[in-house]
Design a protein around this ligand. Structure first.
Ligand code: ZN
Length: 191
């Protein structure tokens, strides 16, 4: 068990059952990141591998999506000694708003918690592109794509993952758990 999984298990955040993921897919495993992110000390430890990986890459701003990405962006920015910002949902995409300073050309590290399909990361890259800032890196805490030992990229930016935990997930119409009596749980809400 590596450091990230130990932190999640310590927080009681690795759940088993039948879950609706943010992507709309169903899965027997759910990593409830909010149970970790509620604890600043665990969040500090969780962010260290990312800070270490990006410390010499000239990052000026760390940007994460609401909600889970807010404490992660804050903590990675604190460790790197740079600014943080967040992107809200807007329609199906993301937007950086609310008086946050993010200048054209600034070097941005995007951070998110769990990578399942990458849809959320694409929206984040679009949001950063729209203000003219430059994405120099993308990081996630957990890459849980099934068969996820291939390098995932958004555009031509590789995604750095602190931890890989490939877990099965299914479109609802193909979900084997839906054919059993295990009730579907929706956790985390729409982020
Ligand atoms: Zn299901």
């Amino acid at each position: 068990m590596d450091r990230v999984e130990r932190i999640f298990r310590q927080a009681g955040a690795v759940l088993e059952g039948h879950f609706l993921l943010t992507s709309g897919r169903h899965s027997p495993v759910y990593w409830e990141k909010m149970r970790v992110l509620q604890q600043p000390r665990l969040t500090t430890r969780l962010c260290r591998p990312i800070t270490h990986h990006f410390r010499n890459q000239g990052v000026e701003v760390v940007v994460g999506p609401t909600m889970g990405g807010v404490p992660l962006a804050f903590e990675v920015a604190r460790q790197l000694g740079v600014r943080s910002a967040y992107a809200d949902r807007e329609g199906d995409g993301r937007i950086i708003r609310g008086g946050q300073l993010l200048a054209p050309g600034e070097k941005v590290l995007i951070i998110d918690d769990i990578l399942t399909t990458g849809g959320s990361l694409r929206h984040m890259v679009d949001a950063v592109d729209r203000v003219g800032a430059k994405v120099v890196g993308i990081a996630v805490i957990v890459d849980r794509r099934p068969g996820g030992d291939t390098q995932f990229t958004v555009g031509d930016t590789p995604v750095f993952a602190s931890h890989r935990s490939p877990a099965p997930s299914y479109p609802p119409e193909e979900c084997p758990l839906c054919k059993t009596a295990v009730p579907l749980e929706k956790l985390g809400g729409k982020r």
